[in-house]
Design a binder for this molecule. Sequence first.
Ligand SMILES: [Zn+2]
Length: 416
Amino acid sequence: MSTVDPRRTIAELKELRARSGDENGAQRVAFTPVWVETREWLKGKLAALAVETHVDAAGNLWSTLRGESERSLLIGGHMDSVPNGGWLDGCLNVLAGLEVLRRIDAQYAHCPPVTVRLVDWADEEGARFGRSLFGSSACSGNLDLDEARGLTDRDGVRLPEALAAVGIDFERVKDSRRELRDAAAYLELHIEQGPVLLDLDLPLGVVLGTYGVERHAITFRGQAAHSGSTPMNRRKDAFLAAAQMSPEIYRITQAHGGVGTIGSCVTKPGIVTSVVEECRITLDQRHLDAAGLARSLADARGASERFAKAGGVAVEWSRLWNIEPVLFDPRLLALCEEAILETCGQVHRLPSGPLHDAAEVARAGVPTVMMFVQSLHGISHNKIEDTREDHLALCVTAFDALAERTLQALAGGGWS
Ligand SMILES: [Zn+2]
């Protein structure tokens, strides 16, 4: 019986931090030289195993340990980071997966009962082109090619050009889909990036799914008027209506659950001596339950119309983006819970606010689950992102236990 060595994973995370970070944090932005070099480092580690490694049409790196069956257990993560990122987001998943792959390779003498594959997704963060989950959404088939074709970075470089520079043909990225042909289950470990497990004083959690998102711009239009000569009862103040949305969003999430954020507020003419003529706010609503999300959206719309009418202004909504909630596989949720209980005796089930590659894999129809490990400070995408080392060790052990349980379930049949 082989076991994982979590200390090796922690040492490799530190090695990676030293190689690809600086005093401001991790600098592994996708498709940049540091990212390319990071992958070479990873490939060097994989070369010690009985795996076949290749890059797919979308730039995702796949390492395959062939088993007795073609049916595949997938383990995923992402080596790319945001600029000035943390030392764990994404790469913990890959390096813990590498450790699990080592254990399976050794335990089953290079041929496990089912095929096991480690994937490093390309450009999960979308830091450069503003499109998150690039590699996994190309693979799942959800990437909108027409939209992505036009994306440019700050320097005006188009996404297809940036991809060509690292050997990826943009027009063929969806060929990546064939990688999921024999996929029977997908597992992803991730830092929580929020404060829930920290506040509960628990190291590990089972992730129920990822929030659905509704993102809108809401524009209120009134009338500009002199701040001195216009009596209060004669104003058509676009800001007054918009501002009432702020406490209302808190009331709505209190009633329906989920989260809601007014992240931006821009006023015109935006001068100190004028009543606001136009006020544009953005609203980001997230919920694990599609009906709850729909109710929250409907309530926000209704409230905006009430406030507009009461204030004598007009209101207009435009959708910026949306995605439906993604619920993870109940069988895998149960296995994940068992693995965590076996490792540390306590478990919590929680949704994920951020999106992850796992959501794309689930949307492609592959049974999926994620495991979260506690984040200190509840912070990520920042160099202060951190997790206690004893918790890192626990998550490698628990994730390995989940992988083994899933492997046994896939090998044993009864898993359609
Ligand atoms: Zn991540």
